[in-house]
Design a protein around this ligand. Structure first.
Ligand code: TRP
Ligand code: ZN
Length: 904
């Protein structure tokens, strides 16, 4: 073979495909945290020139390298490079011959490099139009965009693709003037012009050294919506949101959210924005929610675009949260980044904590806390007890994309929140300041973060760090002994943690337990050693520990784990009476809500057992009484009441069962909803009428809460009895609300009720909805979600039919999530059909998706990983699907890793 690689001839490309070890032949090995070694070479500057072409984009890269002084032994230069056609390599201006470098198995290796600084140039070609994995450079709606985190940059050019190599980027983009009027990259625009051949160029310079995963390039036909933000030091920042023309009018909410987030980070954390412009681009095809590329965030359009008639209150809230999350990464992620991908929670856990705090301030602190605790208990606990369980800092991985998880993100945020609880807000803030001061501009580890907190606190956090190395959910068993004569309460807390892959024997965790006591009338009892006189923060550090409460006048009701102060399961026997006291009086809103959930859970579990024995389902009066009180409550936040009205999720119920019976859980929960709807009909109808909001729709936290409560009432009223017909008069209420709603929140809530209550009417309204919204991809997603989530019989056949509907495509992750994941991960009653038809369907879908988009295929697999939780029949059927998927030839590393961990 000559020294030119890949004259742009399709046959040569094909030969190269096999010779050069493309993905078919590469197989990733497991990478270990303990094997971390610093990079042998650093790259001070990278000059990129990207000449865009749908099938043949040419990338020229100039790397200014130097040996890293930390590595004394001279080593070859090794760059990552995958799915690239290598055209040319030069060292210090001299082109290398085929013997002077090696390219294959994802690496470009140059054995001989100078001792001092040197320059490497490469020219590669890539095919963005053929990129369906949506990693690297790809096309979305005909526009170019990139996704480099975690390891996508290596599919754009040859580079040390690891976050501890931080480089100053200068990027020139050349594109077709007509089809790509907009050319964007990170940092500041320093040059642009016409090339006279129908093409133009733009050069961007980012003055902040960054790892390559934060690189971004966007090019296409986009319009720009602009506003400004003045920082507290008086600098004016230009804010730009880029979208397709058709979405021009949908960016207001996102822009306001960005401005709020920028102000909030100044006030709460003293963090100011650093560049002169902040750009956000919305694209329809995106694997995740959004990406924090320096100065140029790329977003799933779902988290940018909103109009009252197209987006729900939940969408509005999600947009505000995700915009804030990506903005907050500018300090926690970009200015201070991760040394390696094992440290992912360093940026993600911390940034989730920050966005949770922001949303708490924007909507309501208790409501946000309940939402977040619900995510942990319904989904993270499940992950922690399954085969994919891993510590917040995983010790190893095959495919890092599989570790963007609830554990790293949400449990990681809980770990930060525990530090916040232990240190208190002021000391925590000093710890944050110290972290920023020490590590600005560096790539660091979770240990560095905890060290800053420990130094601010003046205490040792070595034991606390077990949260980073031990997986699994700790289980607390609490015993309360009250001695009236001694006026003393003793709480005995024992902690255990089930074995997980990385550690069979767990050492005790260190955690804050916030506790309050109520007397029989529900009054808060004064406590010694309690900062606010009624909540005491116990510090649990041993396997078994005793805590004394003195001067306790009467038998207390215990409000344990207030505000969900640690991500643990709690076993504490409490009677329905005690739960009733907490439900009515606990000053801690989280526990007030949780007491209702516990009461609901208790009755649901009892009835599930009866149902399994063939007995009819009944709803206890105590539960009805509690729900009636909520409906008559005119003082509490409606958003809180809406959450308190909801029954525990099917997932949370399942976690309480030795053997999960998804069909029974669904049936009993459904029957509860119908019986509650009947028993509380007049109160629900009254709530429905009185909560009506006058005037046109406006998104605000208060109005959203009212709508949630009102639509919650409607949902109970329209809950179909399992063996009966719904009152047509009620059905009509749903149809009427759907037809007359001026906003998507009310329209979709009503439509969902109808779709789940009456197949014929539902089908008719769905057709109407599709006809009205088929041009809007985000609304079509909602149309798919409603159908895939439909709990009336026969959904699987309708979902199968929808996979060939013109409004569906496997190439768009939002569509796949809306149709396939909604059915397989939320429609438990039907996905888990005893004949295995749901499992078989998921097996087919994963096999079909894997060659297109491995990241998404691996995520779709999640429900099957839980097979051990079910009965023997289902276990066998689920395993059979995992084995079938595992036996496919040329399976992605992503899917292979999940299958293998699940089976072994
Ligand atoms: N860093 C992103 C965030 O949390 C996550 C992300 C976006 C991502 N796209 C990705 C992770 C693709 C892995 C792969 O904000
Ligand atoms: Zn993030």
């Amino acid at each position: 073979m000559g020294k030119r690689y890949g004259l742009f001839d399709p046959n040569i490309r094909l030969i190269l495909f096999f010779l050069k070890g493309y993905p078919v032949t590469t197989q990733k090995k497991e990478t270990f945290l303990k094997e971390y070694t610093p990079p042998a070479y650093l790259v001070d500057r990278l000059d990129l020139r990207v000449e865009l072409d749908p099938q043949a984009t040419r990338v020229r890269a100039t790397l200014r390298c130097r040996p890293n002084t930390n590595t004394p032994v001279k080593q070859p230069l090794v760059l990552n490079g995958e799915q690239l056609e290598l055209v040319r390599v030069a060292l210090d201006g001299v082109e290398l011959s085929a013997t002077e470098f090696h390219f294959g198995d994802g690496l470009l290796t140059i054995a001989q490099v100078p001792d001092g600084p040197f320059m490497v140039e490469t020219e590669t070609r890539i095919n963005p139009a053929g990129n369906t994995a949506l990693e690297g450079l790809y096309l979305s709606s005909g526009n170019y965009c990139t996704q480099c985190e975690a390891e996508g940059f290596r599919t754009i050019t040859c580079f040390p693709d690891r976050p501890d190599v931080m480089t100053v980027f200068t990027t020139t983009i050349v594109g077709d003037t007509a089809s790509c009027p907009v050319l964007l990259s990170n940092g500041n625009l320093i040059d642009s012009g016409d090339l006279g051949d129908g093409r133009h160029y733009a050069t961007w310079h980012d003055p902040f050294p960054k790892p390559c995963y934060l690189f971004a390039l966007v090019a296409g036909d986009l319009v720009r919506i602009s506003d400004t933000f003045t920082t507290r030091s008086g600098r004016q920042i230009d804010l730009h949101i880029y979208v397709e023309e058709r979405n021009r009018n949908k960016c207001d909410h996102a822009m306001r959210a960005l401005q709020k987030a920028m102000r909030w980070d100044e006030l709460r954390f003293g963090r100011e924005y650093d560049l002169d412009t902040y750009m956000i681009v919305a694209v329809d095809d995106f694997n995740m929610g959004a990406m924090e590329n320096k100065g140029l965030n790329v977003f799933n359009s779902k988290y940018v675009l909103a109009l009252p008639e197209t987006a729900t209150d939940t969408d509005y809230e999600g947009i505000e949260g995700v915009i804030a999350h990506e903005y907050f990464h500018n300090w926690t992620g970009n200015r201070i980044t991760c040394r390696d991908w094992f440290q992912l929670s360093l940026k993600e856990g911390l940034t989730v904590f920050r966005d949770q705090e922001f949303t708490a301030d924007m909507i309501s602190r208790p409501v946000k806390r309940i939402q977040d605790a619900n995510i942990i208990r319904s989904f993270q606990f499940r992950e922690d007890s399954g085969p994919m369980a891993h510590p917040v800092r995983p010790p190893s991985f095959v495919e890092i994309n599989n570790f963007y998880t609830l554990t790293v993100y949400n449990k990681g945020a809980e770990v930060i929140r525990m530090l916040h609880t232990l240190l208190g807000p002021e000391t925590f803030r000093r710890g944050m300041d110290l972290y920023f001061e020490r590590h600005d501009g560096q790539a660091v580890t979770c240990d560095d973060f905890v060290a800053a907190m420990a130094d601010a606190w003046g205490k040792d956090l070595t034991q606390f760090k077990r949260w980073y190395s031990q997986a699994g959910t700790p289980e607390l068993t609490v015993r309360a002994d009250y001695d009236p004569a001694a006026r003393q309460l003793i709480l005995t807390v024992e902690q255990t943690c089930p074995p997980t892959r990385e550690s069979a024997e767990k050492l005790p965790f260190f955690m804050p337990l916030a506790v309050g006591l109520l007397d029989a009338q529900g009054r808060a009892m004064p406590l010694e050693n309690a900062p606010d006189a009624t909540t005491r923060v116990l510090i649990l550090s041993e396997a078994k520990q005793r805590f004394e409460f003195t001067n306790i006048a009467s038998t207390p009701t215990i409000s344990f784990l207030r505000n969900f102060s640690a991500p643990v399961k709690v076993r504490l026997d409490q009677s329905d009476e005690e739960l009733g006291v907490l439900m009515a009086h606990d000053p801690d809103p989280f526990n007030r809500w949780d007491a209702g959930q516990k009461l609901g859970l208790h009755h649901l579990l009892a009835q599930i057992e009866r149902h399994q024995q063939g007995q009819p389902v009944q709803v206890d009066d105590r539960l009805l009484h509690g729900l009636r009180n909520l409906l008559l409550d005119r003082d509490s936040d409606p958003a809180f009441l809406a959450m308190a009205m909801a029954l525990p999720s099917e997932n949370w119920i399942g976690q309480q069962m030795e053997v999960v019976d998804p069909v029974a859980i669904f049936a009993v929960r459904q029957q509860f909803r119908a019986l509650i709807g009947q028993a509380l009909r007049s109160e629900l109808l009254q709530g429905y009428e009185t909560l009506r909001i006058p005037g046109p729709y406006r998104y605000s936290a208060l109005d959203a809460g009212k709508r949630a409560l009102r639509n919650g009432c409607l949902a109970y009223l329209l809950a179909p009895p399992l063996d009966g017909v719904l009152d047509p008069c009620l059905l009509h209420k749903g149809v009427h609300q759907y037809r007359h709603a001026d906003n998507m929140t009310d329209a979709i809530a009503a439509l969902s009720c109808v779709v789940n209550a009456d197949l014929a009417t539902g089908t008719e309204l769905l057709a109407d909805f599709h006809a009205q919204w088929q041009h809007d991809p985000l609304v079509v997603d909602k149309w798919l979600i409603l159908q895939a989530g439909c709990t009336l019989p026969g959904t699987l056949d309708r979902v199968k039919a929808l996979t060939t509907h013109p409004s569906f495509t496997y190439k768009n992750p939002n569509k796949v999530r809306s149709l396939i994941a909604t059915f397989c991960a939320t429609n438990h009653g039907q996905f888990h059909a005893a004949d295995g038809s749901g499992y078989d369907f998921l097996g087919d879908q994963v096999c079909l998706l894997d060659p297109l988009n491995p990241q998404i295929a691996a995520r779709m697999l999640t429900p099957l990983t839980q097979w051990r939780r079910y009965d023997a029949g289902r276990q066998q059927l689920m395993r059979a699907q995992l084995e079938r998927i595992g036996s496919q030839r040329s399976l992605s590393d992503d899917v292979k890793e999940v299958v293998e961990r699940s089976l072994h």
